[in-house]
Each structure stands twice: as structure tokens, then as C-alpha cells.
Design a protein around this ligand. Sequence first.
Ligand code: MLT
Length: 260
Amino acid sequence: MKLFYHEQGTGRTVVFLHGFPMDHTLWTAVSHRLSASYHVVTPDLRGFGRTPAENHTATMEAMADDISELIQTQLKPEEPIVLCGLSMGGYVAMPFVRKYPHLLAGLILTNTRTTPDSPDVAANRLRTAEKLLTDGVEPLVAMMIPNLLGEWTLENEPEIVQNIRRMMLAQSPPGLAAAARGMAQRPDTTELLPKIPCPVLTVCGEEDRISPPSEMDEMSQKIQNAVFSVIPKAGHLPPMENPRPFCEIVENFLQNILQK
Ligand code: MLT
């Protein structure tokens, strides 16, 4: 499926995958900074932003296939890329690693996990999908914001909170419903962690309540030679809540693994 994507800068290609219920604008600050040295590509996954939802269910594997198609038919980089996935973007990155390891020079997993939904969480997602179609996006956004953002952001960064809310409210109910169904049926990808064939950076917001640092640290220890970093003053969305340290950590990683 053809994805909308934003691109900025030249050099080695780094593709950033947003979370749920978001779009490529999650990465605006990151793209602005990293494009000084890299070709930064930020797609809207199927059903999000400017990419339509074509199916009732958007699986993480189908989204990974979309990214492979984008790379191989549109971006056509001369060398392997680096892929970064935040939360749901990380759920998409794992099937990408399994199916397309030859396209990867490096992997960044941020604020995410490899474990599947418990039966309760999966059932709740299916209810959310139905409610999105009847009640729209607003109730979901109102429920998610206090959990999604760190205390520091909620208390001190009203403009950032507003930007995040705006990005989430702009999403389409059928697109979100399809992704919620897809997340509910995603498989456990934990067994893949020790087999990731490229360098890995894992990142977490210090105040993330959805994928907390302790859980991400545990996940990182299953990866060979992963570097794990914690971003202060950030919850589940460091690229928007505290982009400067997030960018510095990503830049360091890219410098270490890519030859200019
Ligand atoms: C996300 O940010 O993508 C979501 O928190 C993922 C999820 O709901 O599991």
C-alpha cells in the first residue's frame, strides 16, 4: 500500500515510525534536527495522517510490508537504512526485522515492548475500535493524554500538550479502529530480540507509564549489545516532550554505526 511520507535532508536514510493514535508530525522536531546530517523519512502508517485505511484490520505485519515497499519502490536507498519505531511503531519494526533484515543497518526501539496484549487488553482494544466508529476520536484522546505524557510535560509544557492533542484529534476513526484491531492480534516477538542482526538502541521516557523504563531495560537485556538510554522530563513521547536529549542520543548512535 502506498504511504504518505515526509522527507528532509540528505545522506544515509533513517525511517521513523510513529505510535498510536499519531502521525508523522510526531517526528517534526527530530526531522528538523537530524536532517542536517541524514535523509530523514517519516511516513504516515496505514490509516493514520494522510495515508488512508483500506482494511477492517491493519496488522503490524501489513504495516511492516508497507514500509518495505516504501523503501524498495520509492526511497531506493543505496545502502541499508536505520529504522526507529515508537510504541506501535516498535510493534511494526519487529516484523520488519523478521522479514527484511537485509534492509537494516540499525534499529531504534523507543517506548515500546515485544510482548503481546493480554486477553483483557486485546478485548478492550476491540471495544475501543467499535467506540471510535460511534463516538469519534475525542473520548479516546481525553482518556489517553494523562497516561501518555509525563508529569513534567503535563504540568509545565501546555503548548506541547496542545500540539500532541491536536495531532491525535486529527486522526480518522476508521483508521484508528483498524490499527487497534491489528494491535490486538499482534504476536509475541520477544524471541526475535537475541537474533536482531544489526546494532540496536533502546530509548525510554523516564516518566513513561505505558512502557516504563524497568520494562524496557528488561527487554534491552535480551538484545545482544543493545544500548539503553532514558530521557528525562518525558513520558511515552520523548520526541515531542523532550526532543533535544532524544535527538542527541539518536545522533550518537547513528554516528557510531554509520560511516559518513
Ligand atoms: C502507542 O503509543 O503506540 C500506544 O501506546 C501503543 C499501545 O496502545 O499499545
